[in-house]
Design a binder for this molecule. Structure first.
Ligand code: V47
Ligand code: SF4
Length: 368
C-alpha cells in the first residue's frame, strides 16, 4: 500500500526505498528540508520494520569513564579538564576494579569505556584497564576506546596502528564504540576539535580496526555549527566505508548539549531535528544493521518516539553517564531493565535484550 505524503516529493523517495535503490545526497537534502515529518518517519519506519520487524533492542551495560583529563579540549566538550584543574579526575586501576565490583551482582553484559587523552597515562595503563575488567567480569564484552585513542596510543607507544589494535585485542578488547568522528568536515574540525584527529584519519583507523576483525559503531555529533550538507556528507562517508569493510554495527546520532561548553549560547536540538536525523540516518545508511536512539542524549520520550522513526535500539542501562550530563542533559544517569522494557512496550514494540553483537538474550512479548 502506498504511503500518504503531504509533501508529494517524498513519493519518488518511497519508490527508491521500495525498490532498494540507494538514496543520493539530493534525496537526503530533500528529506531534511521536507516539512512532512510523518512522511519522512514512515519511510524510515518501512526500512526499520523490514530489517527488524517490531523488535527494539537494548543491552544491560555499564559505562566507565576512567579520566576526564584531556589534552584535546574540544570546543563542544563539557567533560574534559586540564590536569590539576577543579573537577579533574583519573581512576587508578584499583578505582576501576572498585567501580566494577560495586555492580557485580547485576547481570551486566557489556562494559562501555572511554575517556580523555590524559598525558600522564601510558600505554600499560590502557592495557591494565582491559585486564582489570577481564579479571573482574570475565564474561562481559569490552567495548572501549575510539579511533582517537588508537591514534594516540600509537603516538605514545611508538607502535604501529595495527600493533596497537593487536595488543588491545589480546588484552580483552572486543568491540569499539562510535565516538570521535564528530562531523567529518574540515571546516568543523578546524573550528571545534583541531587537536583531535580529523575525519580522514578517523576513517583510516576504523578501516584498520575492522580489518583486524573488531566491529565498531559510528556516531555523528549534530546540532552545533554543522550544516545539513556536512551532516549528509558525514553519512555518505560512513556508508562508503561500510561498503568496503562491513565492520560497522550501529550508527548513533548524538544530539549536542551545550551547557558548560564554549558553545553554551547555542540552543538545544529540537524534537523535529532529532527525529528527522534518526530517520535520515536510517534511510541513508542502508548498509548499517542498526540505528540507535541514545536515550541519554535524546531524553527518554524522544528516544521512545524515535523507535517509529527508524531506530531499533535504545542502547542500555548505562548505570552512570558523565559526558552528556556534564553538558546539561536532564535524562537520568541510568535506567533499569524494567524502565527500558516499559519504554519499548508502550511505544508498540517488542523489547529484546541483546548482547554486544545483537544476539538476543531474551525477548519479551508485548507491543501491538
Ligand atoms: O565522541 C562530547 C560526544 C561522544 C558532547 O558506540 C557530546 O554505542 C553531546 O560516542 N553533547 C562520546 N555529545 C559518546 C559516544 C557514544 C555514546 C553512546 C553509545 C555509543 C556507542 C557511543 O560524545 C564524543 C562526542 O561526539 N560529545 N561532548 C556534548 N556536549
Ligand atoms: Fe577530550 Fe573527547 Fe572531550 Fe574531545 S570530546 S575534549 S577528545 S574527552
Amino acid at each position: 500500500m502506498a504511503l500518504y505524503f503531504s509533501d508529494k516529493r517524498l513519493s519518488d523517495i518511497e519508490k527508491k526505498v521500495v525498490e532498494g535503490i540507494r538514496l543520493s545526497f539530493a534525496d537526503a537534502a530533500l528529506l531534511y528540508e521536507s516539512s512532512d515529518l510523518t512522511g519522512v518517519g514512515q519511510l524510515a519506519d518501512m526500512v526499520r520494520r523490514k530489517k527488524h520487524g517490531k523488535k527494539a533492542f537494548f543491552i544491560y551495560n555499564q559505562h566507565l569513564n576512567y579520566s576526564n583529563v584531556c589534552r584535546n579540549r574540544c570546543v563542544f566538550c563539557a567533560y574534559a579538564r586540564d590536569d590539576g584543574e577543579n573537577g579533574a579526575y583519573t581512576y587508578s586501576l584499583d578505582d576501576v576494579r572498585k567501580r566494577l565490583l560495586e555492580k557485580i551482582d547485576e547481570p551486566i553484559r557489556e562494559i562501555h569505556m572511554v575517556g580523555g587523552l590524559n598525558p600522564k597515562l601510558d600505554f600499560d595503563y590502557y592495557i591494565g584497564l582491559l585486564k582489570v575488567i577481564k579479571e573482574v567480569r570475565p564474561d562481559a564484552v569490552i567495548k572501549a576506546f575510539t579511533a582517537v585513542e588508537i591514534d594516540y596510543l600509537s603516538n605514545i607507544s611508538g607502535l604501529s596502528i595495527n600493533d596497537v589494535i593487536a595488543k588491545l585485542k589480546e588484552a580483552g578488547l572486543s568491540m569499539m564504540p562510535g565516538g570521535g568522528a564528530e562531523v567529518m568536515s574540515e571546516r568543523v574540525w578546524k573550528e571545534l576539535f583541531p587537536k583531535k584527529i580529523g575525519g580522514k584519519r578517523w576513517l583510516e583507523i576504523i578501516e584498520a580496526v575492522h580489518k583486524a576483525g573488531i566491529t565498531t559503531n559510528a556516531t555523528m555529533l549534530y546540532g552545533h555549527i554543522e550544516t545539513m550538507e556536512e551532516r549528509i556528507n558525514h553519512l555518505i562517508q560512513l556508508r562508503e566505508l561500510q561498503d568496503r569493510t562491513g565492520g560497522f554495527s550501529a550508527f548513533i546520532p548524538l544530539a549536542f548539549h551545550s551547557q558548560n561548553t564554549k558553545l553554551s549560547k547555542l540552543p538545544e536540538t529540537n524534537g523535529i531535528d532529532d527525529l528527522k536525523t534518526v530517520a535520515v540516518s536510517r534511510l541513508m545508511l542502508d548498509n548499517f544493521d542498526h540505528i540507535k536512539a541514545y536515550w541519554v542524549m535524546l531524553g527518554e520520550k524522544t528516544a521512545q518516539i524515535a523507535l517509529s522513526f527508524g531506530a531499533d535500539d535504545l542502547d542500555g542501562t548505562i548505570m552512570e553517564e558523565k559526558i552528556t550530563h556534564m553538558a546539561g542533559a536532564s535524562s537520568p544517569k541510568g535506567l533499569t531493565r524494567q524502565s527500558l522494557e516499559n519504554l519499548i512496550v508502550s511505544a508498540g514494540f517488542t523489547p529484546v535484550e541483546r548482547d554486544s553483537f545483537y544476539n538476543a538474550v531474551s525477548e519479551i512479548k508485548g507491543g501491538c
